[in-house]
Every structure is written in C-alpha cells, then in structure tokens.
Design a binder for this molecule. Sequence first.
Ligand SMILES: C[S@@+](CC[C@H](N)C(=O)[O-])C[C@H]1O[C@@H](n2cnc3c(N)ncnc32)[C@H](O)[C@@H]1O
Length: 301
Amino acid sequence: MKDQAYHIPVMLQECITGLSINPKGIYVDLTFGGGGHSKEILKHLDGGHLYGFDQDEDAEANIPDSENFTFVSANFRDLKRYLRLHGVKQVDGILADLGISSHQIDEPTRGFSTRFDGDLDMRMSDAMTLTARDVLNTYEEAKLHKLFGIYGEIKNAKTLAQAVVAYRATEPFATIAQFKAMLNKFAPRGKEFKYFAQVFQALRIEVNDELGSLEEMLLQTVDVLKPEGRLVVMSYHSLEDRLVKNFITKGKFQGEVEKDFYGNLIRPLEPVTRKAVTASPEELLINNRSRSAKLRIAKKN
Ligand SMILES: C[S@@+](CC[C@H](N)C(=O)[O-])C[C@H]1O[C@@H](n2cnc3c(N)ncnc32)[C@H](O)[C@@H]1O
C-alpha cells in the first residue's frame, strides 16, 4: 500500500494502451513519482527496458526492484542528454504524467498545499534554488501581475501584484499562513479556497518553470522517439494541455500549422486519438485527482 499512499496513478490502463507496448522495447516514464505507471509498464516488458525520470529525490523511495528498470534523477528537460549518458539513442515510447504527486502536496514541509502552514518553498527538487518565497519577495510588480494572471488565471491579478509589493515593503514573505492571511483580503467571498489554489498554482508553475521544461522536453521527444514510437502525455491544467495539443497537432506551440508544397501537414508527430482522453466515470468516483486529467496520445511519423 506504500505506493498508493504516495500517489494513485491516473488513467493507468488508458496510458498503457496509449503506449502500445512492445515487450522488447525501450520506454521512458518521465514522471516516475510513486512509480504506479512504471510498475505497470514493467509488467508488459519481456526483454525490454524502462528508464524512470524524476527530479524529486523523494521518488527514489519507490524504485522497483527490477533489472529492467533504471532510475534517472533528473529534470525531464534534459531527456536527450540523460538517455545518451545511458547509451540510449531512440526509444519506443515516452510517458509523462505532469505536475506534482499527492505525496508532494501532502507533505507540509514542501510548501505546495494551502491546507498546511510551512515555508513558502514549492520546489520539486532540492537542486533548484528559486523558491515561492523568493518569487514573492523579489519579483517586480509587472512580472507578478503576469504570472498571477496567466498561470493562475486570477481576475484581480494586478491588484494582487500591487498588494504583494506593498506588503513586502514592511515585512518579507516567509510562511504559508502569513501569505494566506494577506490573500484572504483579495479572495472572492465563499471562493477563498479556489482563489488560494489558483495563486499557489501560479507560484508553483513559476518556481519549477513547468511550462519551460515541458516545451523543452516535447521538442526532444521528436529526436528520441523511433518512427511509430508513442508519446503519451497527461496534463492537469489548460496551459499545459494547450502546449501538448498544439505540439502534437501542429508541430509547434503557437500559430498555424505549416504545409509542404503538396499541401501535406508538416508535423513530426501525429495524433492517435482525435480528442483528449479523460477519466472514466468509475475512476472519477474513486480518484478526485483524475477530474482535471487530459491524456493525449501521439505517434512519431
Ligand atoms: C503526477 S506525479 C507522477 C505520478 C506517477 N505517474 C505515479 O504513478 O506515481 C509527477 C511527478 O513528476 C515529477 N516531475 C514533475 N516535473 C518534472 C520534471 N520537469 N522533471 C522531472 N520530474 C518531474 C514530480 O516530481 C512528480 O514526482
């Protein structure tokens, strides 16, 4: 039960189907976490190998005892470099289950949750230096405005950014309780929890450069996948899903799709499912986290 306490894997079967596993193939789980997806992939391998990436040192407690598995303690934005270090050039399938694990959110010292008091940290890895506290205490007002508005989709982002700058002039931000007490004045009545969650999401995305690392990783999957190799990505908020969707359907993160002289789409990947796959009604009942999950499946051309 240790793994289940760490994190319950979302759309496990759908991800396995999406990977279309060749038992002798080489696979990468870019977000190992509690190892739920990895352990299921391993069950389908016979002679193949799985590389599990995670930047969080805590995930190492879940490494399976299998000679077919190699843990890679790294940010997935360095996917290509680390695979090369392990002598791997191309792989049959890549899975990414983005965001944070239940373990990370349930651990008060990590600073991800609005439910506990603790340091305003929010780093997914000890190797990172920027914390949420640094963002609140040092970012210019315009930058705070942008990140609250874009990453948190907060309506009064400008007012909040001004208030953060005014507050820290008298007292620097340090703890979650202190920040929440300040936020309380700006949250719509009766919707305080949602507001806190949006602000925390914005800070988390910034601290971990989640969108930057996602873009870098997606671009590398094109080189790393074999022809017909599968890319399976699960995201939990619209900013991530938009990047994944655009990259799969248009071959780029923004703008119009490009066509060659004959009118064929120029894109390195091809969607396997037309729309994003979402969790079944049965899963929605037992795992709240699956509510916002969107799974996109592609194959390399
Ligand atoms: C949603 S959890 C994955 C849960 C996993 N699929 C399971 O079944 O237990 C996401 C994990 O990915 C890791 N992670 C997020 N962004 C990462 C990145 N850029 N590089 C490496 N690991 C990352 C987090 O530390 C976390 O452990």
